[in-house]
Design a protein around this ligand. Structure first.
Ligand code: NDP
Length: 364
């Protein structure tokens, strides 16, 4: 990799993160309170994700049509960007480590059961639960360079295809549209993130920072490499059936999460037109939650499978993306099952008897 590629990557990566960070400070967002922290307080958040998501799209659209910008350099300078993102992830984690180890910082128990020295646990799992910088919650902020960055890389593949071949294939349109739908439905209810395990219970350290800045944008855009030079277009029936599969998966994934969130906010919430039903008044069995205890994970795996399917069957490598999510989420489901068994005791057993399957009704 040439020094020039490395510098270009560094400028693009650092510039992108800084612009988003300044945007998080100055742009409007929804004001929400987080869930109770271990000190009993609820942290206030400004959720500016949707604003940033749209500003990024508007900037790219206006830049393209008014000034002839291209996102193809994101693909051409990919390895420079990748190297720079790794460096930024390590620098951010080192800063979080130093700041989080100061006395009086709020921490979640992390890495219990591992015999690593404390400093290494603090570096890897994080030394502080919800670090704040210039009034911005850093853990919630990092989702933006992660997701919007992945989205821009995906769009960059479409630009690169257009510049190399003079057209964009239907499967590339699908890939771009699938990502847009996935992120739009994420940001439309950004407050849902405040209820996730990562935000409530995990410190913020290298593990999550690297996941946000490197793993998600560079690995989740993987199918783009197979799409960019695949010039044989999908037939109408191929892209249509793939889109239908994607939409059903996205629907299950998002609606299941939104149903649980609606129930947690208001026990009298209506789900699929009926009052929510719950075991012991605590564990939801209405809607998707009556079909599988982790049906939200299944929906998300379906979405990632749809990303990979846009490439056809030329290579198994794009399928490493849904496969990695299967491994991550199956393991997460087992961890969460254990947590819930401890928390809910007999109620959880009753719930498991009522909802027999975890991720795939009648199979698993
Ligand atoms: P989950 O959806 O797994 O929620 C688990 C928690 O929800 C449980 O600990 C319990 O918490 C509560 N709960 C479980 N079942 C019920 C029920 N029937 N009724 C009421 N409450 C219930 O949350 P996660 O934070 O793990 O994941 C959120 C989403 O993020 C998922 O859809 C997942 O697919 C996605 N995700 C995506 C990743 C990616 O890389 N793309 C990585 C990780 C997650 P409580 O103690 O509060 O009751």
């Amino acid at each position: 990799m040439s020094e020039q590629t490395l510098w270009a990557g560094a400028v693009m990566c650092v510039g992108f993160v800084l612009v988003l960070f300044v945007g998080s400070i100055v742009l409007p967002g929804l004001e929400r309170l987080g869930y109770k922290q271990p000190n009993g307080r609820r942290k206030p958040y400004k959720l500016s994700g949707m604003t940033l998501f749209f500003m990024a799209h508007i900037a790219v659209g206006v830049g393209t049509f008014a000034a002839g910008w291209s996102l193809a350099p994101v693909v051409e300078r990919f390895w420079g960007l990748f190297a720079a993102a790794n460096v930024v992830a390590f620098v951010v984690s080192a800063a979080l480590f130093v700041s989080g180890r100061r006395p009086g910082r709020l921490k979640a128990p992390a890495g219990e059961g591992t015999r690593l020295p404390r400093w290494l646990k603090d570096l890897w799992f994080g030394a502080e639960l919800n670090p704040t910088f210039f009034g911005v919650d850093v853990k919630m902020f990092m989702y933006h360079p992660s997701l919007i960055g992945a989205n821009l890389i995906v769009v960059g593949f479409a630009y690169a295809q257009y510049e190399r071949h003079g057209f964009i294939t239907p499967q590339m349109w699908c890939f771009v549209a699938f990502w847009f739908g996935y992120l739009f439905t994420h940001y439309v209810k950004e407050e849902f993130m405040l209820s996730t395990w990562d935000v409530i219970s995990e410190n913020f350290g290298l593990m999550l920072v690297w996941g946000d800045l490197v793993y998600v944008p560079f690995f989740y855009s993987l199918p783009g490499w197979w799409l960019v030079d695949q010039v044989q277009p999908f037939s109408t029936i191929e892209w249509f059936s793939l889109s239908a599969f994607y939409l059903v998966s996205l629907w299950v994934f998002r609606e299941a999460n939104w149903q649980k969130e609606a129930y947690k906010q208001d026990k009298r919430a209506h789900i699929w037109g009926k009052p929510a039903e719950a075991v012991g008044g605590r564990l939801l069995v209405s809607g998707w939650w009556g079909l599988g205890r982790k049906i939200n994970y299944t929906g998300e795996i379906g979405v990632y499978l749809a990303f990979a399917l846009t490439t056809g069957f030329d290579s198994f490598i794009p399928y490493l993306l849904p496969l990695s999510l299967v491994i991550l989420l199956v393991q997460r489901a087992a961890r969460d099952d254990k947590k819930c068994r401890n928390k809910y005791g007999a109620l959880w057993r009753e719930y498991c008897e009522r909802v027999r399957f975890r991720m795939l009704p009648f199979v698993y």
